[in-house]
Design a protein around this ligand. Structure first.
Ligand code: 5GP
Length: 195
């Protein structure tokens, strides 16, 4: 998506350790008009898939997921990073290793909000090693829900998450795929896509 690529080129900051900072429009301050344009693109890509719910993970996925939920007229559920363990069995839970913080979180969704009849569109901000997505797919699987696909804002194509998730047969639509980036020069190269 050209609009997003241009914004990343203009305002993205490449950090050491393969981290792309996009705090000025996505991860801290949020450009909700850009979110709406991205949501329209995902809604177009997944329009005939019977999606009845958006699933994301706190915190950075929530803003994007809300834009998509409004655009597709479906509710949004976000997986919570939890401190407490699942004692009474009222939640689906999984573990996710955070790329940015390097630690493992327990992540939960109440059984009330995910079920067998659901057809999910999973939305997240970044796809790096794929741990966050694997966790969300695991939660969907526990609920017996169908996954129509995944919408990602920025995929780092030089990390293996995208390939791992696609090789499971999951449809992944990333609006920008970074092929390479250089912390020294700040250069960002995008994979060319038809969108
Ligand atoms: P993964 O689980 O695919 O390794 O990483 C995905 C999660 O890590 C995303 O939800 C995002 O919050 C965070 N993340 C991974 N790489 C980056 C990055 O380069 N920049 C930012 N801002 N977040 C990232």
């Amino acid at each position: 998506m050209q609009l997003l690529e241009e914004r990343i080129r203009r305002d993205g900051v490449v950090k050491e350790g393969n981290v792309l900072k996009v705090d000025s429009f996505l991860n801290h301050q949020m450009d909700v008009e850009l979110f709406d344009a991205m949501a329209e693109e995902w809604a177009r890509l997944f329009r005939d898939c019977g999606v009845n719910k958006i699933l994301t993970i706190e915190a950075s996925g929530i803003g994007l997921a809300c834009a998509v939920g409004r655009c597709m007229h479906v509710p949004v559920v976000f997986a919570k990073k939890s401190q407490s363990i699942n004692i009474d069995g009222s939640v689906y839970s999984t573990k996710i290793r955070s790329f940015t913080h390097g630690r493992v979180y327990d992540v939960i969704v109440s059984r009330k909000y995910l079920s067998e009849g659901d057809c999910l569109l999973i939305i997240d901000d970044f796809l790096a090693n794929g741990c966050a997505l694997e966790g969300l797919l695991d939660l969907a699987d526990s609920a017996g829900a169908r996954v129509a696909g995944v919408g990602i804002a920025v995929e780092k194509g030089f990390q293996d998450g995208g390939e791992r998730i696609r090789s499971r047969g999951v449809r992944v639509e990333s609006l920008a795929i970074v092929e390479s980036m250089d912390a020294r020069t700040g250069e960002i190269v995008f994979r060319s896509q038809s969108v």
